[in-house]
Design a protein around this ligand. Structure first.
Ligand code: UD1
Length: 417
């Protein structure tokens, strides 16, 4: 079994380049199903989740060619099946994003109920409610969602919660529907804007992505395109926390600083010094961390995907910090693992109370999900002795070459197969 071993490594210094965004490329890959013509996409991160989505696209009929490193040419001349099998969907929740494009392109889809990170029950009711509003019949049988439509017709859709996945799936269905669709209370994440830019570059007509109201005027057909994926704001944020926690000095390249504002604001409060440049950011810290309170919220609030990493950081703050998780109901599994390393944290419902300053020591711990894994690496960098992290596959789902990138800035970290 693969393990990551981390030893205490303070004052990390150097430059790290961030890859293309995982959460932007996954819906964009699904959206390639919308056109018969070729899509060339640059800056695709080399991640397990991307591999899974590409395998799924191939099953559905896509021709995928790596024309240079991190660049794929994807052509879906014909959809050969509208069934997304259990083996792939159960590996990754985001694979459910092919439902919107399949309905748009062929009028039916059969998709296994999605899997993914074990961070609470993650229903798909908002996706399904939206598809129904666009004129789809939906039946659930033997773990599969069967959907059929004679013709998708634009409609007004109000989302009870600004779900990222539901917003993306419904945009993709609506883009080839007849007439106009309005998605109200839509998610505003930068990844939604990137998806809309990608589809508009193929001839789609989407207005308002990045705001709460998105208007999609259906078009008959989408043509070929070339697109570069936005940088991964969560990967960038993770390395920003690494700099702060280790008392380091890291220059993080390939970022969009407006996407990082919620993270910058909180890191500033912890006492880290931050310099913003056009497409880079420098984080310098003396390792003295002030306690702060955090509440996760939909964008532009503080991202739930940075909550675990901040828990590791705030464990060494002098004083009490409270983290309130409002997006997912069971996203504190990393707290148990961090406790094994000496972190003084108490979970009370949807809040975590950290009483610092904890003295961290290396231990055998398990990555319970992707961001939990990143938090354990950060904790390992500041803990006395050696930390051994298992269930590494979670980390590989979302961080391209995290070991190499951290080694380059001085971290004592290695992968053992
Ligand atoms: C996306 C991100 C994930 C991030 C999350 C929240 C991708 C591939 N993943 O996940 O990294 O943590 O946004 O920022 O982009 N919900 C429902 N019904 C639904 C859909 C969602 O109740 O039909 C609930 C979920 O259970 C959860 C909350 O809404 O509690 C947020 O989910 P959502 O925004 O849909 O997250 P994902 O798109 O799955």
């Amino acid at each position: 079994m693969k393990k990551i071993k981390v030893n205490k490594s303070l004052e990390l210094a150097g430059t790290i380049r961030v890859d293309g965004s995982k959460n932007a490329i996954l819906p964009i890959l699904a959206a390639t199903l919308l056109s018969e013509e070729e899509c060339i996409i640059h800056d695709i991160p080399k991640l397990k989740d991307v591999e899974i989505m590409c395998q799924l696209l191939k099953v559905l009929g896509a021709d995928i060619e790596e024309i240079e490193s991190n660049t794929l040419k994807i052509t879906v001349k014909n959809i050969t099946t509208c069934e997304a099998p259990y083996e792939l969907i159960s590996k990754m929740r985001a694979s459910f994003l092919v439902m919107g494009p399949l309905l748009a392109r062929c009028g039916n889809s059969k998709i296994y109920m999605p899997g993914g990170c074990a961070i609470g029950t993650r229903p798909i009711d908002l996706h399904l409610k939206g598809f129904k509003a666009l004129g789809t019949d939906i039946k659930s049988e033997n773990g599969y969602v069967n959907a059929k439509t004679d013709k998708l017709i634009g409609n007004y859709i109000y989302l009870d919660f600004p779900s990222v996945g539901a917003t993306e799936n419904l945009i993709m269905a609506a883009v080839l529907a007849e007439g106009e669709t309005i998605i109200e209370n839509a998610a505003e994440e930068p990844e939604i804007v990137d998806l809309a830019n990608f589809i508009n570059s193929m001839g789609g007509n989407i207005i308002g992505a990045g705001t709460k109201t998105i208007r999609i005027k259906g078009v008959k057909k989408l043509h070929k395109t070339e697109h570069t994926v936005i940088p991964d704001r969560i990967e960038a944020g993770t390395y920003m926390v690494v700099a702060a926690a280790t008392g380091g000095d890291l220059l993080i390249e390939n970022i969009v600083s407006s996407h990082l504002q919620p993270i910058i604001a909180k890191l500033n409060e912890t006492g880290a010094h931050i310099e913003e440049y056009e497409d880079k950011i420098r984080v310098v810290s003396n390792g003295i961390i002030k306690p702060v309170d955090i509440k996760t919220l939909p964008y532009p609030g503080f991202p739930t995907d940075m909550q675990a990493q901040f828990m590791a950081l705030l464990s060494i703050a002098d004083g009490t910090s409270i983290i309130h998780e409002t997006i997912f109901e069971n996203r504190f599994m990393h707290a148990n693992e961090l406790m094994r390393m000496g972190v003084n944290v108490k979970i009370e419902g949807s809040s975590a109370v950290l009483t610092g300053k904890s003295e961290l020591t290396g231990a055998k711990v398990k990555a319970t999900d992707l961001r939990a894994g990143a938090a354990l690496i950060i904790a390992g960098l500041i803990a006395e002795g050696e930390t051994e992290i298992t269930d590494v596959y979670h980390i590989e789902r979302g961080y391209a070459d995290i070991i190499g990138k951290l080694q380059n800035v001085g971290a004592k970290i290695r992968l053992e197969e």
